[in-house]
Ligand binder design. Structure first.
Ligand SMILES: *[C@@H]1O[C@H](CO)[C@@H](O)[C@H](O)[C@H]1NC(C)=O
Ligand SMILES: *[C@@H]1O[C@H](CO)[C@@H](O)[C@H](O)[C@H]1NC(C)=O
Length: 255
């Protein structure tokens, strides 16, 4: 089947070209997972992405500038307000990650969550974090200024199935430290979106997948065409040979 080799080689070239043109994006993960932290909190940023064996060099970017640090983890010990900003990373075989925006607040209490936009039905965890984890009691989680949850001791507030009515401006309040200071955190907006319209997968196919399908279809058509061409040629040449033999034997008989 040597006839199929050039198109197959072309296909492999196209596939290799597409792969080289489109490396996966790296991802910055936060540990602990909060993008709003208090002054003096410890934060570790981890860069997740493929790299070639033996090459663990990671590039870190802070507000667009390349940092000298090349470890897969970027550790911020006792964060200061100056550490706030946009972090991105890249590993050996990945492209630049989307940014993670870290904000650092100089206050007593801070409301934290994994993210601030949720889909209906997802679970939400809210955390009322205190500076240096100083104990807080009589904690309230407030939604648009109204008490949504009251807890004698500072524990996380968990909403198991988010509804659009859970959207709003959230804060937490509590009595902090031995001097029982009555503190209310800054407000944060939280959005719970209604059911997503199921996307038409065809509209969201990346262009290279479309190109790949097109190439496969084209190759199939070319191969099929070649196959029938060869079959027909072979049949007609066998037919011609048979005719020739008949003519020849007839010629012999005629003599
Ligand atoms: C940050 O880490 C240091 C050293 O491990 C620890 O002493 C400190 O309590 C940590 N800070 C917070 C806010 O947890
Ligand atoms: C705590 O402070 C808030 C306003 O910041 C106030 O509305 C509330 O009554 C205070 N609570 C107590 C027990 O003083």
């Amino acid at each position: 089947m040597w006839q199929l080799q050039p198109p197959m080689a072309l296909l492999l070239l196209v596939a290799a070209g597409l792969q080289a043109a489109d490396p996966p994006k790296a991802v910055v993960l936060l540990d602990p997972p909060w993008d709003r932290v208090l002054k003096d909190d410890n934060v570790t940023l981890r860069c997740q992405g493929p790299s070639s064996p033996g090459d663990s060099v990671t590039q870190w970017f802070y507000n667009g500038s390349l940092l000298s640090k090349q470890d897969p983890s970027y550790f911020i010990a006792a964060a200061t307000v100056e550490d706030r900003g946009e972090y991105r990373c890249r590993t050996g075989l990945s492209s630049l990650s989307d940014p993670v925006h870290l904000s650092v607040h100089a206050s007593w209490l801070l409301l934290q969550s994994h993210r601030w936009v949720y889909q209906e039905g997802e679970s939400i965890l809210l955390r009322c974090h205190s500076w240096k984890n100083i104990p807080v009691h009589n904690v309230m989680y407030l939604q648009d200024g109204k008490i949504k949850k009251f807890l004698h001791w500072n524990t996380d507030f968990y909403i198991s199935e988010a509804a659009p009515s859970d959207s709003g401006s959230y804060a937490c309040r509590g009595f902090i430290g031995t001097r029982e200071k009555n503190i209310t955190s800054e407000r944060v907006s939280l959005l719970v979106q209604g059911p997503a319209v199921p996307p038409n997968p065809q509209l969201f196919l990346p262009w290279h997948q479309i190109a790949f399908c097109f190439m496969m279809g084209l190759l199939f058509a070319v191969d099929t065409g070649l196959y029938f061409c060869i079959q027909r040629e072979r049949r007609s040449s066998v037919g011609a040979l048979e005719n020739h033999q008949i003519n020849w034997s007839q010629g012999l008989q005629d003599k």
